[in-house]
Design a protein around this ligand. Structure first.
Ligand code: ASP
Length: 373
């Protein structure tokens, strides 16, 4: 059931993003609206990402999980060499700013869809939506109608997938528990506790944001988004969860479609507070293990790099740790250090993805309140 469920979601995710964003923008009526929501959403995403990273850094500096790690374990991890150097060099290359900008534009839209490059798909769809805003209604009506129909159709398939969701969650969870084992967790237990504690704190920050800026009761909000959180936890993928996030935002929380269809796909692609927090904790943990001292300026640099890295992390299972390799190179920690935390990564991935998805839904609640009809 887990495989069928994931297959159904993956089948519809690309057309859903394209149709949602295009109808979201083209139906919003004005460029003004798009500018307003786009500008505010991006500012909001950056602000919450900085909060998440700061929480991660504070906790890790306070607990010092890397101070007492068994030296034999470090030796063992380094000897394993499970992260190969070519891989890290590649991610470093990808992170140079001109290359990143070039990578964001889908020069071949079919290739972007084939490779499921979500950022390119989102950007291409935003451009198409903006182009439609500036054209006369009758001339773009066929495309707009096609997108509207595409959205209804994909949401119907998601409805079917939701029917088997409980069995899928059971299957996916059972598989992970069998694979993980408990020794992996206990060896770096303090580190795991720091990440989980940080994610929990971020969850509490969201609840404050939801009630103060979103004007919703945190309990009602949590009840509404529960399904999306469970799916995020069991699939470890913000992209796979995106259709469910749209469904719960529109159907359970009754949020406005023009806001939901813009904020959720964009957020799922670039807003990853859980991943940012995790990357900050892991980077600092490894500096403690390898006794690399960071000055205040280097800490600030780490914050900025992590904001960029979390934006660039694809919304897929287990990629946060690959991008972490690049951050580590920047602060002088051997990328092989990742081997030390690889064993527990799946568990942390499940938890950080849940926070990533909660963050996107929180952002939608805030935008819904901020942007009047
Ligand atoms: N799995 C995460 C997500 O999809 C990304 C990561 O941190 O690995 O949101």
């Amino acid at each position: 059931p887990g495989v069928i469920f994931l297959g159904l979601l993956q089948m519809v995710v690309v057309p859903l993003i394209i149709c949602s964003i295009i109808t979201g923008i083209a139906d919003s009526g004005s460029m003004e609206f798009v500018k307003k929501i786009g500008g505010r959403a991006i500012l909001y995403f950056i602000a919450t990402t900085c909060i998440a990273i700061t929480i991660g850094m504070l906790i890790t500096n306070w607990v010092q999980p890397g101070a007492n790690v068994d030296p034999a374990l470090i030796e063992n991890a380094l000897g394993n060499g499970s992260i190969d150097a070519t891989n890290s060099v590649q991610t470093l290359e990808d992170l140079t700013i001109p290359k990143r900008i070039a990578n964001m534009i889908p020069t071949n839209f079919t290739k972007a869809q084939f490779e499921k490059n979500m950022l390119q798909i989102v950007i291409g769809s935003i451009l198409a939506g903006l182009a439609m805003l500036g054209l006369s209604k009758p001339s773009v009506a066929p495309v707009l109608n096609l997108c509207k129909a595409g959205q209804i159709l994909t949401m119907r398939i998601i409805g079917w997938a939701m029917k088997i969701a409980p069995y899928a969650v059971f299957g996916l969870m059972a598989q992970i528990v069998i694979q993980l084992g408990f020794e992996a967790i206990t060896s770096v237990g303090l580190y795991v506790a720091c990440v989980l504690g940080g994610l929990l704190a971020m969850g509490l920050v969201y609840m404050v944001i939801v009630s103060v800026f979103g004007g919703l009761s945190p309990l009602a909000f949590l009840r509404g988004i529960r399904e999306a959180q469970i799916i995020a936890f069991s699939t470890s993928s913000s992209a796979a969860t995106m259709p469910i996030s749209i469904a719960v935002a529109e159907e359970k929380l009754k949020m406005r479609p023009e806001i939901v269809r813009f904020t959720i796909p964009l957020g799922a692609t670039i807003n990853m507070d859980g991943t940012a927090l995790y990357q900050a904790v892991a980077a600092l943990f490894l500096t403690q293990v390898f006794q690399v001292d960071l000055s205040f300026n280097e800490m600030v640099l780490l914050l900025v790099t992590t904001v960029g890295a979390s934006i660039g992390t694809p919304a897929l299972p287990g990629v946060g740790i690959v991008v972490l390799a690049t951050i580590l190179l920047g602060i002088g920690v051997p990328a092989e250090g990742i081997a030390l935390i690889l064993g527990v990564d799946r568990l942390l991935d499940m938890c950080r993805t849940t926070i990533n998805v909660t963050g996107d839904l929180t952002a939608t609640a805030v935008m819904q309140k901020w942007i009047k009809k």
